[in-house]
Design a binder for this molecule. Sequence first.
Ligand SMILES: CC(=O)SCCNC(=O)CCNC(=O)[C@H](O)C(C)(C)COP(=O)(O)OP(=O)(O)OC[C@H]1O[C@@H](n2cnc3c(N)ncnc32)[C@H](O)[C@@H]1OP(=O)(O)O
Ligand SMILES: CC(C)C(=O)C(=O)O
Ligand SMILES: [Mg+2]
Length: 530
Amino acid sequence: MTRPHYIPNHIPDPSYVRILDTTLRDGEQSPGAAMTPRQKLDIARQLWKLGVDVIEAGFPCSSESDFKAVKMISEEVGNCVGVDGYVPVIIGVARCNERDIQTAWDAIKHAKRPRISTFIATSPIHMEHKLKKSKEEVLEIACRMVSFARSLGCDDVQFVPEDAARSEKEYLYEIIGEVIKAGATTVDIPDTVGITMPWEFGKLIADIKANTPAIHNVVISTHCHNDLGLAVANTIEGARAGARQLEVTINGIGERAGNASLEEVEEYTGMHLQPHKALVGANAFVHESGIHQDGWLKHKATYEIIPPESIGIERSSGTGIVLGKLSGRQALRKRLQELGYQLKDDEVASVFLHFKAMADKKKRVSDADLIALVSNEVTKAESIWKLGDLQVICGTQGLSTATVKLISTDGSEHIACSVGSGSVDSAFKAVNLIVKILKDVCCLIYFRISLLELSRKIEPVKLVEYSVTIVTEGVDEIATAHVVIRKENNHDSTEQNVHPTFSGTEAGKDVVISSVGAYIAAINKMLGSN
Ligand SMILES: CC(=O)SCCNC(=O)CCNC(=O)[C@H](O)C(C)(C)COP(=O)(O)OP(=O)(O)OC[C@H]1O[C@@H](n2cnc3c(N)ncnc32)[C@H](O)[C@@H]1OP(=O)(O)O
Ligand SMILES: CC(C)C(=O)C(=O)O
Ligand SMILES: [Mg+2]
């Protein structure tokens, strides 16, 4: 059978059912499933080979790497013509705000059939607790944002009333009718928390079809979650009731217990208990993406249909959310509070930027990583020395050598070179040389302090403790270095306890750079302590 061409607002063959695969978006919301842009592109190529009609490529506003992934997929897979002449639709997902929508459009616009999918929650619990908006406000935002998406030149706009299954039906008919007037070409009806029975979900689709003005002009889609193990059954009932686009993921992965599975038919057999197994899987009550985490932190029932405790699953503090590349500020702030950090808004915003950059490189950001990030960020303002450049030579022949360039607060650059027993040792010694030389010649004037005061501040340094933790497996993971130093006064080298210690922590991809960063952070704290 040849596929009918996809033309927004025109349904040439009402019996044709399109498959939308959201492995790259909702699938990635599965805890631990973060993918690199290159991996996403590979998966998109496979989805195209499978003949998937619509590829939901990601959430471009969520991170630079997701923007890059969606853009690469749009430019390549979004222009691939299949044997039947079909070119897949490529979706970029966006919240109902101009920034998300503009970013999504920038990422997808080079695809032959780009589609923006914009969502906003319509259930009473989400509107009240998560969005803190009235029905009227949500209706107005939804219409305005669909029009905005169309105004960018995007002629295919999907609207998603998030948590539709728990929304008041009359309100659903109204908002869907209004967004169709505003230019929506597909309406996706999600059972966001996977709460419905198959007959209820089928009836929901049938009711929307029967009661929504102008619905015959658009495609109705299903998006079913598997919290009760019914995602596939509900999807099939949705299709029987008239839905003509079905949203699925490879292996049924997705937020919490996952989505309807692309390959699953009716039977479920499995030797292993997969993490996204309904109710009892390790991820069934774990929230990965920022918008879910934010809602869950404000009110648990926004994204959980039952409390896990009610079925005997205990949740200790610190669980329920995992921090990764899809997390937002609210979740980050909460975890930092649990770790004992009360940061101001601008500090959270600054840590968030570094957090996102780190999360793009690794699947999970651990507590140790967070502590390192905060330590770097909060002490940054007091930095007297910054690492400019670092070069090390090491090998089996001994004589490791390091060349270090440090930049002081006045912008002047200082270079020193030292040998040592290893890369880190030689690099620390080179740092010491810069600090000590400056003390001896007393040539640096910073912070308008006197020469006497200066020489007191930069007394030689004694390394008390040094450790490196590679938190996850693999040589390309993040190394968190921790250094503790003590001021050594040449004139008074007696009791240790008269000299306080100073610690520094830094995380990064390279062990030596992280170590030197941590060492300099500790020196900065020491210099700033008097
Ligand atoms: C049902 C679903 O699957 S929804 C899709 C889930 N996917 C994701 O969350 C993608 C990954 N997310 C992220 O990277 C981040 O959450 C971001 C970049 C999108 C946002 O990060 P932040 O700006 O730090 O916000 P954070 O995630 O902490 O909170 C979400 C905010 O968006 C608001 N919001 C949630 N949904 C919507 C929506 N559809 N339209 C507009 N605003 C929304 C929330 O009310 C909250 O606002 P507040 O901080 O003013 O209370
Ligand atoms: C954003 C929408 C489609 C979603 O993932 C959901 O409601 O589950
Ligand atoms: Mg979903």
